[in-house]
Design a protein around this ligand. Structure first.
Ligand code: MG
Ligand code: MG
Length: 258
């Protein structure tokens, strides 16, 4: 079943989502060639604990760390390690926190040093597809309108949409109904109503859409070995529009982009 949230509950989810946004901004300060993904994880975990919250992913179905960090051909669910980032990498950092009994969830794909223009385009289009999906997340629209907007923008630009991994409802649980696919038909799916809170998270591949799970039981990678990008916001459907509860503003202040 779908849990529709009260305005009070949405404020708790906003608080958690803003803490995620600030955590990702802290992490972004460290991203450069030579830093290990484990160092990023440690930074995030300390920042979350310092803010009287819990890292949502640590221990979730046995996941070992606080962040999911996925480099280049890794799509999502990468496990932090002693791997050092190198010039030209892209790195998806996915963060969730639990505070006051409610979760927030957001992800951003960062560049490391100089990244090729064609890969920068993948990041830009993935972020735009998230924003176009959010623009369709209006009360009275259907979930498929959101999914379709994401897919259309990604594919129009020559990229492909991961099918097996999807966005989700969020609230007292990290993953709730409904599933939020990044592909679909306009006019299909449930009608969006006030109080629905969802994490929209396009995972867009540079090459083919196919993915596989790694031997570690977690890391999802592209089968063709080409890079993948991932951006995620937690949003609430209001009575007239959608309310983005997470933000990239803190991150982009650090990165000096807009
Ligand atoms: Mg996430
Ligand atoms: Mg998520």
């Amino acid at each position: 079943m779908i849990y529709y949230k009260t305005p009070e509950e949405i404020e708790f989810i906003r608080e958690s989502s803003l803490l995620v946004a600030k955590t990702l901004a802290e992490v972004s300060k460290l991203i450069r060639p030579g830093v290990t993904t484990l160092a990023l994880d440690k930074c995030a975990e300390e920042f979350i604990l310092d803010h009287h919250a819990k890292p949502a992913f640590k221990g979730y179905h046995g996941f070992p760390n606080s962040l999911c960090i996925s480099v280049n051909a890794e799509v999502v669910h990468g496990i932090p390690s002693n791997r050092a980032l190198i010039d030209g990498d892209i790195v998806s950092v996915d963060c969730g926190v639990l505070k006051n009994g409610f979760y927030g969830d957001s992800a951003y794909t960062f560049t490391v040093g100089e990244v090729k223009d064609e890969i920068l385009k993948l990041l830009q289009i993935t972020k735009e597809s998230l924003l176009l999906g959010i623009a369709k997340a209006l009360p009275g629209n259907r979930l498929g309108d959101v999914s379709h907007a994401i897919q259309e923008h990604a594919e129009k630009n020559g990229f492909s949409v991961v099918r097996e991994m999807v966005g989700h409802g969020i609230g007292r649980n990290l993953h709730e109904k409904p599933e939020v696919p990044n592909y679909g038909k306009r006019g299909s799916g449930i009608i969006l109503k006030e109080g629905l809170v969802i994490a929209i998270e396009p995972m867009i591949n540079f090459g083919k859409k196919n993915i596989r799970q790694g031997k570690d039981g977690w890391t999802i990678t592209t089968i063709d070995g080409l890079p993948s990008a991932h951006f995620e916001h937690t949003i609430a459907i209001g009575n007239e529009k959608s309310d983005v509860l997470s933000t990239f503003a803190y991150i982009e202040e650090v990165l000096q982009v807009s």
